[in-house]
Write a protein that binds this ligand. Structure first.
Ligand SMILES: [Mn+2]
Length: 321
């Protein structure tokens, strides 16, 4: 059994690294910290945890998150016995962490993205799972690992955020059953909701309102987009975290079929976050080297915001809806 192999590799590894993806979300961080605690509790081993970009302040509530280190603080020549990627759909999502991954004796890939090509030596990719956190929970159950409230807190955060608070279609009976088990362990749903979602500053809410206000509706309001410029964030004294949920806000309009947010990057490029009701936006974003899920995807273009919008609209309009 594959999971038994994972158990053996963890047992025989002296040093282990768990890696999360760039621009981390609740799932990659929950999965990473949950796995860290599982290994600590069941194998009495301390892992290293890798973050390749800034961890949003709102995720500070996730147990063990303070032990995660930024890629710049790693010795990149280090050879780990085991590196485990969590929620990392493709290797370039760990940026410079690739060096550490490639050097490792054993490479494990735990994920739930359907586009994951199984780049690890050992792969646990379940495209039907709501989240990488769910995949980890099911591995832990299969291996009869002990699970405590700290672990449940991490993994519940991953399931909660990746299912959009149990709203998306990846809210399967299994995802809910696992969540139910976690609630029996002591998870308080409202506490988790508040930790994950009610964490905005005043500037963040006002900046979001400003970006909704300037949204552009096209093609009988089926397409809607808005822009986020560096100067907008400066004006409201906020970082990029304010834009969390902004694309969903635009998709919430009845007429909307495709919604996207075009964000000016520090280096001048443009990052697109796209949501749809039926169109496969992962396919649209893959044209620009991006990807994601059918109704939620993203990509980055090397041009300015105006150019990017033109290119994206051209691609969206190839679809009928
Ligand atoms: Mn995920």
């Amino acid at each position: 059994m594959e999971v038994a192999k994972l158990n053996d590799i963890i047992k025989s590894s002296k040093n282990i690294l768990i890696a999360s993806h760039v621009n981390p979300d609740g799932d990659t961080l929950g999965a990473m910290c949950g796995l860290y605690e599982l290994i600590k509790l069941n194998f009495k081993k301390r892992c290293d945890m890798l973050a390749v970009s800034k961890i949003p302040d709102k995720f500070k509530f996730i147990p063990n998150i303070e032990s995660a280190k930024h890629i710049d603080d790693f010795d990149k020549s280090r050879e780990y016995d085991l590196v485990i990627n969590v929620d990392v759909a493709a290797l370039d999502r760990i940026c410079d962490g690739i060096t550490l991954f490639k050097k490792a004796k054993n490479r494990v890939n735990i994920d739930h993205h359907k586009t994951n090509n199984g780049y690890g030596d050992l792969n646990f990719v379940d495209g039907d799972a709501s989240s990488a956190s769910e995949v980890i929970y099911s591995i832990a159950k299969k291996l009869k690992w002990e699970i405590n409230l700290k672990i449940a807190t991490c993994l519940y955060a991953g399931i909660l955020t990746d299912t959009g608070s149990f709203r998306f279609n990846n809210t399967t009976p299994r995802a809910l059953e696992y969540a139910a088990e976690m609630i029996r362990m002591g998870i308080v749903p409202n506490d988790m909701f508040r930790s994950c979602y009610e964490t905005y500053t005043k500037g963040m809410v006002l900046c979001q309102a400003y970006c909704v206000e300037k949204a552009v509706f096209l093609d009988d309001d089926k397409i809607v987009y808005t822009t986020v410029f560096r100067k907008d964030m400066e004006k409201y004294n906020t970082d990029e975290e304010f834009a969390e949920g902004l694309t969903e806000r635009l998709r919430a309009v009845t007429s909307t079929q495709v919604a996207f947010v075009a964000k000016e990057m520090k280096n001048g490029g443009c990052k697109i976050s796209m949501r749809s009701k039926s169109v496969d936006v992962a396919e649209i974003c893959s044209v620009f080297g991006g990807g994601g899920h059918k109704h939620a995807a993203g990509c980055t273009l090397k041009c300015n915001v105006e150019e990017a919008i033109k290119k994206i609209l051209h691609e969206i309009r190839k679809y009928e809806f």
